[in-house]
Design a protein around this ligand. Sequence first.
Ligand code: MSP
Length: 532
Amino acid sequence: MSSSKSFYATTPIFYVNDAPHIGHAYTEVAADVLTRWHRQRGESAFLLTGTDEHGEKILRTAAANKVSPKEWADKLVTESWLPLLETIDVKNQDFIRTTEPRHEKNVQVFLQHLYDTGFIYQGDFEGNYCVGCEEYKTMADLIDGEGDFDGQKVCAIHTRPVEKLKETNYFFKLSEFEQPLLDYYAANPRFVQPESAKNEVVSFVRRGLEDLSISRSKEKFDWGIDIPWDSSHITYVWFDALLNYITAIGYGEDTAEAKAKFESLWPASVQIVGKDILRFHAVIWPAMLLAAGLTPPNQVFGHGWLLVGGEKMSKSKLTGIAPSQITDTFGSDAFRYYFMKAIAFGSDGSFSWEDLSARYQSELANGFGNLASRTIAMIHRYFDGVLPAASQHTEADLQVARVAAEAVAKADQAIDDLAIQDAIAAVWTLVDELNNYITVQEPWALAKDEANRERLATVLNTAAEGIRALTVLLAPITPKACATLWSALGQGSLGDLADQKLSQAGVWGQLKAGAAIGVLEPLFPRIETEAK
Ligand code: MSP
């Protein structure tokens, strides 16, 4: 099994009736960068994303729009969620919707299994429910309301009153998993990351777990998956949603093909979530899996929030920014680069147009784009667009090769640690080294004297080799620019960019001398309009 094991990354499935904003896009991009990185290593790699389509909130919005909830969800998936992936250039292998038969059917298989094995029982429940969060709240989760809600307790996230619900429900025996979970965290210290998130999860579990209500009576609303042994109840939307990670890859299916797929992908390598939903993923989800006799994922990573004006950006607070507002001006590569580079993955980060614009200009346009353009332009000017061969290497040339090899090793390690920002910083040591190399070697000065012809060839060959390494390293982050650059620089020597092994990127002398080099348009053109 291990030889056929794929890298498998997931994003949360997003509430279908929210408008996609840069917070959702941030999670998607991070998961996509990691998956592309693994694929560039030569591994098989699978990215799953999708939409969460059941629950009272969706039912209410659909009703307000006078359509059925399924029609409403279909429209939003087609008009908003699938286009989002195009906008930010995410290359997912699958997109799961919780209204699909492959999901609904196998959620029931899972529930029935837990019911049959005694992990689900019937009981009475009374609690404060926040429809915004689709979650029961404890008193500690509530704050005093203000304005219209003065004198009432409101949800701390949505600042709206909670509803008192009293129902006879089915319960999952979450309390039985307190010790097994603590043991699991101890035995798998990288299961919850980053470290700060892990500590929070461990202390939460240590404070004790209560059983979890996992059904809702249909008397109230019926937009969800029927409890298989009691059709007067539907499944709690989170219990339903979490299972997408396994129903998408064949859980519950009997065919040999589905079983093989499940075996090759589960347990997931990394499940990326925002820290707002870390508890669901680091406590409830592994408990569900343990109850079903399945292995929890290798890692759950809770990233930070994008803040706008110091607050968590969200649609309900009207601070949401649509990703296309950024990509229309700066392009998808800049979007991807900016959010991965400017914010340490795992920490909160503030978005600002000024910062985006400044980094676009200095890091992408001047740092990387210009380096590629001028190197290729000089190969055209001095060698008629044919890559010259290197001869005698000087210490400066060897230093470029050393920096490249180190950048590859450091970036690769950083990706394993999910330190995406550090990986990019490691790659940028090569961008800086190459820019410095060209400034010091002054190929334009060498070109003035025919006696320096060999040296000029070596310098441009070295710069081209460095850019080749950069293209492979940056392909997961800025795929469009790298595809363009590769077709100018590497295609003639080495074939497809997708076939270049990341681990080999720092190996020198791969480009073929004598290969024709294409013409390169600016990778990150000047933005003429004022930023915004
Ligand atoms: N449907 C549930 C998830 C179910 S997963 C089994 C849900 N959906 S959501 O649409 O609200 O998406 C929440 C996720 O969106 C966060 O966990 C995070 O990944 C992303 N983000 C939403 N707002 C964000 C920010 N302001 N900043 C960073 N990420 C944000 O919860």
